[in-house]
Design a protein around this ligand. Structure first.
Ligand code: GDP
Ligand code: MN
Length: 382
């Protein structure tokens, strides 16, 4: 679960991580009232669950009340498209109005879970700010990582070494080390999957300040954090993902055109690999889960079909607890309620033949295949 920048900054403040002064506004009038506290020298920031706002015009500095009003009114109630959102963008219903701080330097600091070392790691760069993706692409040696010890955490000596690599001046090494330690504590105590501060700035008067804040919390741990659950903003989430969540279907929207209906997370990932390796792109990750019935399969199918990017669907099922005939009936049921594009079907396991026959007898455009090599042929981009 993602939370907004203004919520993340409150969390930062709880962990003694310095953040700019400011408040969130839902109307232009409120934005002006907040700005007045800082003599209208403020930065106004669109609150959306995505980065790249700076480059997309969602973050702007002001010194005039009229301009703040007109900018807030154009932003509020519209959708903002950034490099990190889909084509349709995400709604801006709140803006964060903050005092402007003079910036000496922009650093990058994040804590994430690293699959390679199977550890929590701290990632940092001297070259933070809106071009961090380009730094990662062109100068990966300018991005440093520190692996946290599962018991000892981010040991201070490692953070001091990191600070040196980041060319942080001697007087700020200790504050930096404390800030990173607090960020790590926040990460662990709230079961985060990512915490990112970009930029972490050194202000003109030599203070460290978290100018931006991104916090992502592991959905599977939310039951342990009822307080955090209240920060959820469903309006920022993909409609299909929210709908899938209601039926306990694991669905993640992706950029491609091949819809995927699969049972089992591992098989779903392997299915996406086959599609990608053949040169096509999956439109979604979907794991229907073990105990699915006809209605749940139908709902999964309808969710996939509601995505206008989808022009074909790969159904890859291994019938176990979910019998193939039940799945097939679910697919046919969906086709009565929605238009279904051509589907390529691989069914194995319990009642696979019966399931295949149900699909062949239906009015659907179905192509049956036996193994994944054949699937590869289907998704080769001509
Ligand atoms: P993002 O593009 O969505 O990551 O939005 P950020 O919150 O990181 O803002 C983008 C950029 O706006 C930052 O890298 C800063 O350069 C600039 N910015 C944001 N807040 C301030 C501020 O208080 N003072 C100054 N001088 N620049 C700011
Ligand atoms: Mn940022």
């Amino acid at each position: 679960m993602n939370i907004h920048e203004y919520q993340a900054k409150k969390l930062f403040a709880d962990y003694s991580i310095p953040v700019p002064e400011g408040s969130v506004a839902i109307t232009p009038k409120e934005a002006i009232e907040i700005a007045a506290i800082y003599e209208y020298k403020v930065v106004v920031k669109a609150q959306i669950h995505a980065g790249g706002r700076g480059k997309a015009g969602g973050v702007k500095l002001f010194s005039d009340s009229k301009e703040i009003e007109s900018y807030s009114s154009t932003l509020l109630g519209t959708k903002l498209v950034t490099a990190q959102t889909g084509k349709t963008g995400v709604p801006v219903n709140k803006v964060l109005v903050e005092k402007i701080y003079g910036i000496q330097h922009e650093l990058y600091l994040a804590i994430i879970i690293d699959a390679v070392t199977k550890s929590i790691i701290c990632v940092a760069s001297e070259f933070g700010g809106i071009n961090i993706e380009e730094v990662a692409e062109n100068n990966p040696d300018k991005i440093y990582t520190v692996v946290a010890d599962p018991i000892l955490g981010l040991q201070p000596y490692k953070l001091r070494l990191l600070a040196k690599k980041l060319n942080i001046t001697t007087d700020l090494i200790r504050p930096f080390s404390i800030l990173a330690t607090n960020l790590y504590k926040l990460f662990v105590e709230n079961d985060c999957s990512m915490v990112e501060v970009n930029p972490l700035v050194i202000t003109n008067d030599g203070q460290l300040l978290a100018l931006d804040a991104k916090v992502n919390i592991d959905d599977d741990a939310l039951f342990r954090h009822p307080g955090l659950l209240g920060l959820r903003d469903i309006g920022q989430e993909d409609e299909r993902e929210t709908r899938a969540d209601k039926s306990n279907i694991n669905y993640v929207k992706l950029d491609g055109n091949v819809g995927c209906l699969v049972n089992g997370a591992g098989l779903a990932m392997a299915t996406m690999d086959v599609i990608s390796e053949a040169g096509s792109q999956p439109a979604n990750f979907l794991d229907i889960g073990g105990g699915a019935d006809e209605d749940k399969v139908a709902e999964a199918m309808k969710i996939i079909c509601s995505d206008t990017d989808v022009d074909k669907i790969f159904v890859n099922l291994f019938g176990g607890i979910l019998r193939c005939d039940v799945a097939a009936r679910g697919i046919v049921q969906a086709s009565r309620e929605t238009k279904v594009p051509p589907i390529i079907v691989r069914m194995l396991g319990t009642n696979a033949e019966e399931g295949s026959q149900i699909l062949l007898d239906s009015s659907l455009d179905v192509k049956l295949i036996d193994d994944l090599h054949d699937a590869r042929e289907e998704f080769l981009k001509s």
